[in-house]
Design a protein around this ligand. Sequence first.
Ligand code: GDP
Ligand code: IMO
Ligand code: MG
Length: 433
Amino acid sequence: MPATIILGSQWGDEGKGKLVDRLAEQATWVVRFQGGNNAGHTVVLGDQVLKFHLLPSGITRKECNLILGDGMVIDPWVLDTELKGWEESSGEDPSGDRLFVSERAHIILPYHRYMDSLDKKIGTTGRGIGPTYADKINRIGLRFGDLAEVIDDSHWASSTAERMNAALEAVGSKDRVNASDLASEVKWIFERYQSAIAPTGVMLDNALKLGERVILEGAQGCLLDIDQGTYPFVTSSVTSRGNATHGAGIHPGHVDEVIGITKAYITRVGNGGMPTELEDEIGHHLGTIGHEFGTTTGRKRRCGWFDAVVMRHAQRINGFTGLALTKLDVLGGLEEIKICVAYELDGKEIHEMPSSATALERCKPIYVSTPGFPAHSLDEWLDIAKAANRDGKGINALPAAAQNYIRQLEGLLGVPVTSVGVGPDRDATIDLV
Ligand code: GDP
Ligand code: IMO
Ligand code: MG
């Protein structure tokens, strides 16, 4: 059976965790293939709110195997905390049993966090992501599979600490790495994860050959992609389809479905241009009703109208086979809904995103407008979704104006909307096909 890729198509936080948890019911493997604990993925099961930074969101399905893949950067202490949290709530320690860490994944060490804490420009999550990927690209990173070779090697610890301290000093940081602390840290990481470190690409390839279903869970979103995003205000990995299989250690031929997740509006955390950003009462409505606060850092998310220019860009890069529209409920109660269809840049109308961050800052949105629909409580939306799925009503369960909005988005992007989210709960999603 082939693999499904689930990707954020905006600036992250589109609802990847919720969709992965939902679809994982039919999967045998859920794989994170890039990023690290800059991600914050939420799964809501009734009264229980689960937030995952490193654990794949399919962990909620006991029969699902989980992989932290080749392309990831992993903070072993954060993973330990998440695993302990999971064990407390579920009684299960999945490490080495159904959770595996790629021997090729890179390790985030305290040094990387010290370096990241100096960021003043991008508004990073401060989790050490960029500095760890920088070491990877410089070919001086430490991978899980290489731990066995460096533990008990005092020369490795002293020369690595020396290099790190020189780099910290050069950028004016007061933090320092102690060689004997570093030696104990790598020993602890090795012992803690020894049973889980595995050739995960080979395991996945074998599973696919046996006909098992694999979900590749993206982190961040297309506009945060290091190559295709709003550089330099991006994350340090390739968040897009091209890297999903590569970062998992399998080939692209396995994939038959690529779902792009998009909010019914747009949000962004951190710095950089965002043409449809709203700093008025509508932005306030979206932020308040949508609870738009970062899952990882708690920062307030910037909110704006749906941006079809952003989405066309994401579609060109990813070739989505379907769109999962989330947070439609949050638009309820607005009289009018706007969709950005183009930008005005220096007096000219443009239909593609400029590559330059400064040009993007100068872009003004060109909108079309469509009528809004009434607000419902989350319980009412949940009932609407459950009834729609039970009776096979699909889009017809939604108010006419909401249906019209969805059809307009499909028309603008040329991709079918396959599900519509109307609340945070696992069951608050209407399947359209
Ligand atoms: P991710 O990083 O893409 O997994 O998304 P986050 O979990 O960071 O942020 C999405 C937020 O929206 C979470 O708080 C979810 O519980 C919530 N959410 C997801 N889908 C919906 C939806 O359809 N409606 C509402 N109201 N909330 C949703
Ligand atoms: P999920 O997976 C939203 C943003 C940061 C910052 C930029 C670079 O939950 O959608 P980094 O720490 O990666 O070097 O920060 O990227 N960012 C996210 N924004 N959701 C995320 O993940 C993000 N991961 C990183 O806010 O602007
Ligand atoms: Mg998130």
